[in-house]
Ligand binder design. Structure first.
Ligand SMILES: Cc1cc2nc3c(=O)[nH]c(=O)nc-3n(C[C@H](O)[C@H](O)[C@H](O)COP(=O)(O)O)c2cc1C
Length: 152
C-alpha cells in the first residue's frame, strides 16, 4: 500500500509528529511550504488573520502527486480554531486526488474539531481516523498510545 504523509508546520511541532507517522508507516512525505511568509511576529499576525478565513494561498511546488497514494495522512496546526491555510490550500490545489485520508492536528489547547471539519469539507470525504495532540503532548513525547490507535 502506498502511503503519503502530507503536512504543514510553522514551528516544527506538527512536523515532529508527521515524521513519526512516516517512519512508522514507511510513507513518503510531503512538507507543504507556503509562499506566504508566516515566520516571526509579523508572520504570526498574518497567520492569525488568514486563519480566521478559508483564504487560499500559493504553495511551493510539490514533490508528490496525491493520486499515486492509497492512504494520505494529512497533518496541520490549528490556527484560530481552523486548519492552517497552507493545508486547505494544498487540499484545494489537489481536489479530487485523495483516496483514503486520516487527519492529525496539533494545537496549544483547542480548535481540533474546527480544523478537522474544515479539512473534511475541502477533501469532500470523512477521514478514516483523526488524531488531536496538544503542543505539550508532542514536546513531551507522551503520545505513543494515541498514535498507535491512530495508525491501526
Ligand atoms: C496564527 C496562530 C493561531 C493559533 N490558533 C490556535 C487556536 O485557535 N487554538 C490553539 O489551541 N492553538 C492555536 N495556535 C497554536 C498552534 O496550533 C500550536 O502551537 C501548534 O502546535 C503549532 O504547530 P506547528 O509547530 O506545526 O506550526 C495558533 C498558532 C498560530 C501561529
Amino acid at each position: 500500500m502506498n502511503v503519503l504523509v502530507a503536512y504543514y508546520s510553522r514551528t516544527n511541532i506538527t512536523k515532529e509528529l508527521a515524521l513519526e507517522i512516516a517512519k512508522a508507516t514507511n510513507a513518503d512525505t510531503e512538507e507543504i511550504i507556503s509562499k506566504v511568509n508566516y515566520d516571526g511576529k509579523l508572520g504570526y499576525a498574518r497567520a492569525g488573520k488568514d486563519g480566521m478565513t478559508a483564504k487560499i494561498i500559493d504553495l511551493e511546488n510539490l514533490k508528490h502527486d496525491p493520486s499515486d497514494y492509497d492512504l494520505i495522512y494529512m497533518g496541520v496546526p490549528v490556527w484560530a480554531g481552523k486548519a492552517a491555510n497552507p493545508m486547505i490550500s494544498y487540499i484545494k490545489q489537489n481536489e479530487g486526488k485523495f483516496a483514503d485520508v486520516k487527519f492529525f492536528a496539533t494545537a496549544g489547547s483547542s480548535g481540533f474539531e474546527g480544523a478537522f471539519k474544515q479539512m473534511e469539507k475541502f477533501v469532500g470525504k470523512s477521514p478514516l481516523k483523526t488524531l488531536a495532540l496538544t503542543t505539550k503532548e508532542v514536546k513531551s513525547g507522551d503520545f505513543k498510545n494515541k498514535l498507535n490507535s491512530f495508525l491501526e
